[in-house]
Design a protein around this ligand. Structure first.
Ligand code: GLN
Length: 260
């Protein structure tokens, strides 16, 4: 019995060694996407756990899958706090950030961005029965929940006299609003729309086109990673030209059965 086990173990070991040395997979590089998967329709954990890549879904995930295909690489998704993603990139634990990240001059001091792939603006989300907030100036003196390190956070901190509560995850900011602990959430338009659509009786959107500037999302890489950046730009341009990006956005926002 022991002998049989020994032989089996030997075969297993041999099999593993053969498996490693003969497979073509050996040469396949790995590419790691950094994201914060709490930001539908751009990145989220799929209902039922069957997403576009593993359990992850969304527009950024779909773009990352195409980037990995273009590189002939296996994609790994690193799901972390949005606020730490640039440090994760600089530290080398991820290769690019695809996280609905707005191209901002301050961030361009730390990373290189791709061509823009999505236009956004900040929205305020309030409780349905809140009549007191109609413009961004009304946030003064209120409790405002945001996701830490985001453009919503910078706006609330720098442009208002609100009591700002930064959360690690966007979903936590909305939970605070639904729980009545804050007066408003300031967050990216498409994401605000998704959460309001999910809570149509409890939440509504307030826009203030005068207060909030236009934003564009880009994919970030480390300085000097020009080959990777070229590939990412080619993938984005191709997805824009073919209409795939617009089609995916429609699927992920309308929830019309995303093509996972
Ligand atoms: N677009 C916003 C920013 O870049 C929010 C991104 C996010 O929370 N994932 O700050």
């Amino acid at each position: 019995m022991r002998k049989l086990l020994f032989v089996l173990l030997l075969m297993l070991a041999f099999g593993v060694v053969v498996g490693c040395s003969s497979g073509e997979d050996e040469e396949r590089p790995i590419i790691v996407m950094g994201t914060s998967a709490d930001f539908p329709p751009f990145e989220f954990i799929a209902d039922g756990g069957e997403g576009r890549h593993g359990q992850y879904s969304g527009l950024d995930v779909a773009i990352a899958v195409r980037i990995a295909e273009a590189l002939g690489a296996d994609l790994i998704i690193h799901d972390a706090a949005f606020e730490g993603l640039i440090m994760d990139l600089q530290g080398g634990s991820i290769d690019f950030i695809a996280a609905a990240m707005t191209i901002r001059p301050d961030r361009m001091e730390s990373v290189n961005f791709s061509i823009p792939y999505f236009a956004a603006v900040q929205y305020m989300v309030v409780a349905m029965d809140n009549e007191s907030i109609t413009t961004a100036a009304d946030l003064d003196g209120r409790y405002v929940a945001v996701q830490g390190g985001t453009t919503g956070y910078f706006f609330a901190m720098d442009e208002t006299d609100a009591d700002v509560l930064p959360f690690i995850r966007a979903s936590e900011a909305f939970a605070a609003l639904l729980g009545g602990r804050v007066d408003a959430v300031v967050i990216d338009s498409a994401v605000a729309q998704r959460f309001v659509n999910a809570n149509p009786n409890d939440l509504r959107i307030i826009r203030d086109n005068y207060a909030f500037g236009d934003e564009n999302y880009g994919i970030a890489v480390r300085f000097g990673e020009y080959d990777l950046l070229d590939t990412i730009n080619e993938v984005i341009a191709a997805m824009q030209a073919s209409g795939e990006l617009a089609e995916l956005y429609y699927y992920y926002t309308e929830g019309a059965g995303a093509p996972e």
